[in-house]
Write a protein that binds this ligand. Structure first.
Ligand code: ZN
Length: 136
């Protein structure tokens, strides 16, 4: 990955960290789960309002490193309005692409840099793990 691209990705992550999307409590949540990453103390809670098999609303709360919070913020933008099947498919596609060098991360490409730091991989997959748990 070239330096300019790295810088761009870093900016996207910092932006989500500074201005998290869909962060906070969610009134009337129908689904909720918390996932923790003991490796760096991250904790991500995901809450959903599911209506007619679609994610009508999603909010998260995160404690821990910048990566896990930014990844949670990015995830909410990816799944809102999607069906549960689509959200599950997105998680599978994201995790598969993340684990294969050169895999297409689509809108989550900014997180590709984590491939160089395998120990941080669980920071960016944590929100997706919480999402999957919340859906049971
Ligand atoms: Zn972390």
């Amino acid at each position: 990955m070239n330096e300019a691209l790295k810088k761009l990705y870093q900016e996207v992550i910092v932006d989500h960290h500074k201005r998290p999307r869909n962060q906070g409590p969610l009134a009337g949540a129908t689904h909720e789960a918390t996932a923790t990453n003991p490796l760096c103390g991250d904790e991500v809670t995901v809450r959903l309002v599911v209506d007619a098999d679609k994610i009508a609303a999603v909010r998260f709360e995160a404690r821990g490193c910048m990566l896990s919070g930014a990844a949670a913020s990015m995830m909410t933008e990816e799944i809102v309005g999607k069906t549960l099947a689509e959200a599950r498919a997105k998680r599978e596609a994201f995790e598969r692409a993340l684990r294969s060098a050169g895999g297409d991360l689509g809108a989550l490409e900014a997180l590709a840099g984590v491939r160089e730091f395998p120990s941080r991989m669980s920071c960016v997959t944590l929100p997706w793990q919480a999402l999957a748990s919340s859906l049971g």
